[in-house]
Design a protein around this ligand. Structure first.
Ligand SMILES: Cc1cc2nc3c(=O)[nH]c(=O)nc-3n(C[C@H](O)[C@H](O)[C@H](O)COP(=O)(O)O)c2cc1C
Length: 178
């Protein structure tokens, strides 16, 4: 047996890929709780635990508002979260220098946990400009961000309606050993 076949975490890392198509089957409370806890279990700098997760139903009008703010109301084949039944929006303390990194670690934990549950996920950064733009305070209030927090990253979650192979990589180009 290869070393990497021995460990479920390494297998999940190798198998996870972005899902850009979902069924409308809702996630169960149990699944949502596993995903939330995976995010909260992520390490944070100095254990500050400054990452906040807003769980949003895919049918909540706030998501349509964000989409419209991003597209200017133009038609797109999919919305930014590919009609997933759940979107988690991660915000963090705008005054803490590690917030973006901590949120990135948390969102990957959530994506890997989703894979572990047999679910699909898509990490979403494309809404960043509108989330931090002129409607920043409005979106922060609607999404119940804690005081002083701002958008970091989002993740769509649901049962897969499409599948995609994990991305390939060029180890020789991306790694130096000294
Ligand atoms: C920080 C970050 C932001 C991303 N934002 C988006 C996004 O807005 N829309 C999207 O379709 N994919 C987004 N992705 C997914 C990447 O495109 C995807 O991870 C990459 O193409 C590799 O494919 P894989 O996830 O299937 O391995 C994002 C990924 C990361 C890490």
């Amino acid at each position: 047996m290869k070393q990497e076949e021995k460990c479920g975490v390494i297998q999940a890392i190798a198998e996870r890929s972005s899902t850009r198509g979902y069924t409308q089957q809702a996630l169960t409370e149990e699944e949502l709780n596993v995903l939330i806890r995976a995010g909260l279990q992520a390490p944070t700098a100095a254990n500050k635990q400054e990452v906040h997760i807003t769980v949003v139903s895919g049918t909540d009008p706030i998501l349509a508002e964000i989409h419209t703010a991003m597209t200017g109301g133009g038609q797109t084949p999919h919305n930014f979260y590919y009609e997933a039944p759940t979107v988690m929006i991660l915000s963090a303390d705008a005054g803490f220098k590690w917030s973006a990194l901590d949120a990135g670690i948390a969102v990957e934990n959530i994506a890997l946990a989703a894979h572990g549950l047999g679910l699909g996920s898509l990490i979403i950064g494309c809404i960043r400009d509108v989330m931090l733009g002129e409607k920043k305070e409005y979106f922060a209030q609607k999404l119940k961000f804690p005081e002083g927090y701002e958008f970091e990253i989002a993740v769509a979650l649901g049962h897969k309606g499409t599948s995609k192979e994990p991305h390939t990589f060029d180890e020789a180009n991306n790694v130096s050993r000294i």
